[in-house]
Design a protein. Structure first.
Ligand code: ADP
Ligand code: MG
Length: 321
C-alpha cells in the first residue's frame, strides 16, 4: 500500500551489540515535503538515513520508499533516491566533472541528457569553476558540494542528505540551505542536522531524535511554541524607572520581570512571559504611547538544548505520573 507517502517507516530498530542505535521509529514523509531529522551526535540520525537509503538492514521493523521495501527491493529504492552520506567517500584522484560522469553512468544516465544534467548540477552546487580540478586538492566545502551534486544528478524523487552543511563556510551554508529549499515541492527532501536553526530555516517539518527515539514530530513553529514559555523578552528602554516598573507590574501575561540600569537613561528589562505569550507588541505600544525611547526589543528563541530539556522533562513527568 502506498497512499502517496514517499517514506513510510514503522517500528524501525537497529541494534549494535544489543545496544539500540534507533529504537522503534515510526514516521511518514509525504511527497514534496522537506523534513529534517534533528538531534545531537549519537542520536541515530545517520543510522536512520542509511537504512532508508538501502545501505544498512534494520534489526526489526520495516521502511518503504515510494512503496518499495528498502531492504528486499533496494535496487528500486536506490534508483529513486539521491543519498549523500556523512563523510562521503569520494575518488580523490578524479577530477570533479570526471567523477560526476562516472557517478551519473552508474546511475544509468548517458548521452546528451547526462551532459546536460552534469552541467546543471555543477551550476546548482557552485562547482563550475572547479569542474577540472582534482577532488583530492579541494577543500572540505567543495567535497561536500560534490557529494550534493552526485545526489542530485539523476533527478531523484527523494533526496536524503546527511548533515549537508557540515564543514561549509557561512556563505556556502546559506547557498546550500537555499538550494535545499528550492528542491522542495518538486522533490521530497530528508536531511539530518544537529543544528536547530538549520532545521528551522529549511524544513517544513522536523522529527526530533534523541537517543534513538522520536521525541516529537512537528513544524518548527509548533515546536518553538511548545517551549515558548522559555522565550524571554529583552528590551532596552529610556524611561523614568518608577514609571517603567509600574507599567510592567500592571502588564498582563508577565510571569516575572527584572529591570536594571544601563548607560544614560536606558534601563534593561528582562521579562518572562506566561506560556505561549509574546510580550513584545504590548511593550512596544507602551513605549510609543508614553513617548519613551526604545533601542532594543528581542525575544530569545529556544535552542535545541531548550527543546530537549523541555521534552525530556515532559517524558519523565509522564513516566512518573
Ligand atoms: P548520529 O548520526 O545522530 O550522530 P548515529 O546513527 O551515527 O548517530 O549513531 C547512533 C548510535 O549508534 C551511536 O551511539 C553510535 O555510537 C552507534 N553506532 C553507529 N554506528 C555503529 C556501528 N557501526 N557499530 C556500533 N555502534 C554504532
Ligand atoms: Mg551522523
Amino acid at each position: 500500500m502506498n497512499d502517496g507517502a514517499m517514506i513510510e517507516a514503522s517500528g524501525l530498530t537497529k541494534r549494535y551489540a544489543g545496544h539500540p542505535a534507533i529504537d522503534d521509529l515510526s514516521f511518514t514523509v509525504a511527497r514534496g515535503e522537506i523534513v529534517g531529522i534533528l538531534g545531537p551526535n549519537g542520536a541515530g540520525k545517520s543510522t536512520t538515513l542509511r537504512i532508508l537509503a538501502g545501505y544498512l538492514p534494520a534489526t526489526s521493523g520495516f521502511a518503504r520508499v515510494a512503496g518499495f521495501d528498502v531492504f528486499s527491493q533496494s535496487l528500486e529504492v536506490r534508483r529513486r533516491i539521491g543519498y549523500m552520506p556523512e563523510n562521503n567517500p569520494l575518488h580523490l584522484d578524479l577530477r570533479v566533472r570526471e567523477y560526476l560522469l562516472f557517478r551519473a553512468r552508474l546511475k544509468g544516465l548517458g548521452g546528451r541528457r547526462m551532459r546536460e544534467r552534469i552541467d546543471c548540477v555543477l551550476e546548482q552546487c557552485d562547482l563550475a569553476d572547479v569542474r577540472h580540478s582534482m577532488i583530492g586538492q579541494l577543500s572540505l566545502g567543495y567535497r561536500q558540494r560534490i557529494g550534493l551534486a552526485d545526489a542530485l544528478v539523476h533527478e531523484p524523487e527523494l533526496i536524503i542528505l546527511d548533515e549537508p552543511t557540515l564543514g561549509l563556510d557561512p556563505n556556502q551554508i546559506r547557498a546550500v540551505r537555499q538550494l535545499i529549499k528550492d528542491l522542495g515541492g518538486y522533490h521530497t527532501v530528508l536531511i539530518s542536522t544537529h543544528i536547530l536553526p538549520e532545521a528551522e530555516m529549511t524544513c517544513q517539518r522536523v522529527l526530533i531524535l534523541h537517543e534513538g527515539r522520536i521525541l516529537a514530530a512537528d513544524s518548527p513553529e509548533n515546536l518553538q511554541q511548545h517551549v515558548g514559555s522559555r522565550g524571554q523578552v529583552t528590551a532596552e528602554i529610556a524611561a523614568p524607572a518608577a514609571a517603567l516598573r509600574e507599567f510592567l507590574e500592571g502588564l498582563d501575561g508577565v510571569a516575572h520581570f527584572n529591570v536594571a540600569p544601563l548607560d544614560g537613561e536606558f534601563l534593561r528589562c528582562a521579562l518572562t512571559p506566561l506560556p505561549g505569550l509574546d510580550l513584545r507588541p504590548a511593550l512596544f505600544a507602551a513605549v510609543r504611547d508614553r513617548g519613551w525611547t526604545l533601542r532594543e526589543l528581542t525575544r530569545s528563541r529556544p535552542t535545541l538544548e531548550d527543546i530537549f530539556v523541555h521534552m525530556t522533562r515532559d517524558i519523565q513527568e509522564e513516566e512518573a505520573g
